[in-house]
Design a binder for this molecule. Structure first.
Ligand code: BJW
Length: 233
């Protein structure tokens, strides 16, 4: 079986990383238009850097949880059975990789990478960023930004994502509210091609009616239970 899994902030919630739209979520406390757009970075880079510097520090002290471990187990288990897992995450954390997932597509970028808007270089980055930081590659300052996808920007690896989605036997959406496009449209795309769809979330998402199956509960419990079922069926 070939499974396409889309993960969102809910999969990392039990690792202590905040979600966006839940009660107390990041976008209920901060205005995304002032922090997660290219325009915000041009007009107020210090505020944008402070927001991502704090989140980078939080990430460095977070650990993967049972949902991340289970998805890594699923990748190995499906490969042993002649199948595959395509793991596409909207998350900018590296918790899937730290749990052992080998192939992860970060459609909204990676917090532990920086990108230079002057020369286009992309590099691993664990320290704070600021407008005074020099690009290690072109030595210019002012252009270093988190390698993440803001509103209005093109998500990454879309061709590979749609190829994998349309080649899957099952589309599973885990811990995402289904409110940000293009990811929110994957379920209807899958359904339109006759692919079975399943949602695993704390509670039914905005798109819940579009899924053939819904499994509800904390990801740290619901994902391992589902993976166990997939690998033993
Ligand atoms: C648990 C749990 C637990 C809690 N266990 N579950 C079409 C229609 C309308 C608008 C648009 C459209 N196309 C484009 C747009 C504009 C825009 C958009 O979608 N806006 C919407 C707000 C309407 N999209 C874009 O601008 C995107 N670019 C684009 O579309 O380019 C053109 C294009 C089109 C087609 C193909 C190709 C290109 C870019 C979007 C970039 C999003 N960026 C962010 C920030 C990234 C950096 C950062 O992290 O700061 O990405 S916004 C934020 O939302 C972040 C997330 O990845 C994303 C999704 O959030 P997610 O993961 O779903 O989190 P939540 O909080 O919403 O939900 C968490 C869920 O978990 C909840 O359901 C909880 O119940 C659950 N949960 N605890 C299990 N323990």
């Amino acid at each position: 079986m070939n499974i396409f899994a889309l993960t969102g902030a809910g999969v990392s919630a039990e690792s202590g990383l905040g979600t966006f739209r839940d009660k107390d979520g990041l976008w209920t406390r901060f205005d995304p238009m002032k922090l997660a757009t290219p325009e915000a970075f041009v007009h107020n880079p210090d505020e944008v850097h402070a927001f991502y510097n704090l989140r980078r520090q939080n990430l460095l002290s977070a650990e993967p949880n049972a949902a991340h471990w289970a998805l890594a187990r699923l990748e190995t288990g499906l490969a042993e059975r002649g199948g595959s897992l395509f793991l596409c995450t909207q998350n900018i954390d590296d918790l899937h990789e730290r749990a052992g997932s080998r192939q992860v597509i970060h459609m909204h970028g990676e917090l532990l990478k920086a990108r230079c808007t002057a020369c286009g270089g992309i590099m691993p980055w664990r320290e704070d960023l600021g407008t005074e930081v020099l690009c290690p590659s072109c030595r210019r300052s002012g252009g270093m930004r988190p390698h993440v996808v803001w509103f209005g920007e093109m998500p990454l690896e879309m061709d590979a994502i749609y190829d994998a989605l349309l080649g899957a036997d099952l589309f599973v959406s885990i811990g995402t509210s289904g409110s940000v496009y293009p990811a929110a449209g994957f379920v209807s795309e899958a359904r339109g091609h006759g692919i079975r769809t399943c949602e695993i979330n704390l509670e039914p998402s905005d798109n819940a009616r579009q899924f053939d199956e819904g499994r509800y509960g904390p990801a740290g419990e619901a994902v391992p239970a589902w993976v166990e079922q997939v690998l033993t069926s």
